[in-house]
Ligand binder design. Structure first.
Ligand SMILES: NC(=O)c1ccc[n+]([C@@H]2O[C@H](COP(=O)([O-])OP(=O)(O)OC[C@H]3O[C@@H](n4cnc5c(N)ncnc54)[C@H](OP(=O)(O)O)[C@@H]3O)[C@@H](O)[C@H]2O)c1
Length: 327
């Protein structure tokens, strides 16, 4: 058992740098020498004890995604070898100099990408893929209303959807964020602090509504989300940050045959995550390598500055991803 530096949550809720034990990889795992770690809203929720049913296998060390170099492989791992450059989706443990990952939850770093750009890909792109493509079955020619357009999730979703020929309407909390949504490919961005998204969406769609809504706001948006859904539209939740108990009339669901769904990536099985990542590698990695889809990195902090990185994200300043540069 070796030790390395890692970030955990101290009893007063602040982040602290500790010496952390790291074991040898299990038979289907790899040990990664971490170069960069993505910071996600889920890490902040975990810090505050506000993560919905944190899985027992989750590490006390924060961090759901990393990029780095494989240091050691488990006895059943044949697809990777020491020295391979990878990015990986984790159950936790990413804010550290070394971490363990399932071998099937690693992907090669896209050609031409550095560690910083690659670190922010696995969690957000997997979440967008599983919700928009696998659950909401978003298709070319459809329309999407995306709340949180400038979030880590939002900047990936705008690009994935618009590149596949979907008309994207995004909501965000400032003019600067709205401009970023348009630059990334949204047809229209709504500053929700100034305008009512329901009336704008209905006007932009000539009263028809949108085919898919992706939401992380929850209760305050529930009725309006249902009101802007076209016949047979799908509403998919990735969070309910402003309230999880929602209220709408089932008659609307029945009359327009609406589907309401959602998921949390961290609770999906090892094989489901492997399948999501495999689809991402086939469908999205070529677009990242051609430059059609770009990583959006707002700011980089060091591992020791993890607390500042969280403060920055919590202040709502970021457009896209915040990343920890670990070495
Ligand atoms: N279910 C899953 O598997 C899964 C996986 C990853 C993330 N998530 C969730 O997805 C959300 C985004 O995650 P992230 O890491 O990308 O977060 P992030 O980068 O920290 O962004 C959060 C965003 O929410 C926006 N927001 C807050 N209230 C809003 C509102 N009323 N209308 C529109 N936007 C609003 C904020 O920007 P402005 O308000 O300034 O626009 C901010 O851009 C979080 O709730 C996270 O927990 C879920």
């Amino acid at each position: 058992m070796n030790k390395c530096h890692a970030i955990t949550v101290s009893s007063d809720g602040s982040l602290c740098l500790v010496r952390h034990s790291i074991s040898a990889p299990g038979e289907n795992e790899v040990l990664i020498r971490v170069y960069a770690a993505g910071v996600n809203r889920g890490d902040i929720k975990q810090k505050y004890g506000d993560y919905p049913s944190l899985p027992e296998s989750a590490s006390a060390v924060l961090g759901l995604e990393v990029s780095g170099v494989i240091e050691e492989v488990g006895s059943h791992v044949s697809q990777w070898q020491r020295g391979d450059r990878v990015c990986a989706l984790l159950m936790g443990g990413g804010y550290a100099e070394y971490c363990l990952a399932q071998a099937t939850h690693c992907l090669p770093i896209p050609e031409g990408f550095g560690f910083i750009e690659a670190a922010g890909l696995p969690e957000t792109f997997s979440t967008v893929w599983q919700t928009l493509i696998l659950q909401a079955r978003l298709r070319r020619g459809e329309s999407l209303l995306l709340h949180g357009g400038a979030s880590g999730i939002g900047v990936a979703a705008i690009q994935i959807a618009s590149r596949m020929g979907v008309t994207v309407l995004a909501s965000a909390g400032s003019e600067r964020k709205c401009r970023a949504c348009i630059d990334l490919g949204a047809r229209h961005a709504i500053n929700y602090r100034q305008d009512d998204f329901e009336s704008i969406v209905m006007e932009l769609t000539n009263g028809k509504g949108v085919d898919v809504v992706l939401d992380m706001v929850g209760a305050p948006y529930a009725r309006k989300n249902v009101n802007v859904m076209a016949d047979q539209a799908r509403l998919v939740y990735v969070a309910g940050d402003s309230g999880g108990t929602v209220d709408f009339n089932v008659r609307d669901i029945m009359l327009r045959r609406l589907t309401i769904t959602g998921s949390t990536l961290r609770h999906r099985s090892i094989s489901e995550k492997r399948e999501i990542l495999r689809e991402l590698q086939n469908a999205i990695w070529p677009q990242l390598e051609s430059g059609s889809i770009k990583p959006v990195i707002d700011k980089v902090f060091s591992l020791e500055q993890a607390q500042q990185a969280h403060d920055y994200l919590e202040q709502g300043k970021a457009i896209g991803k915040v990343v920890l540069g670990v070495r």
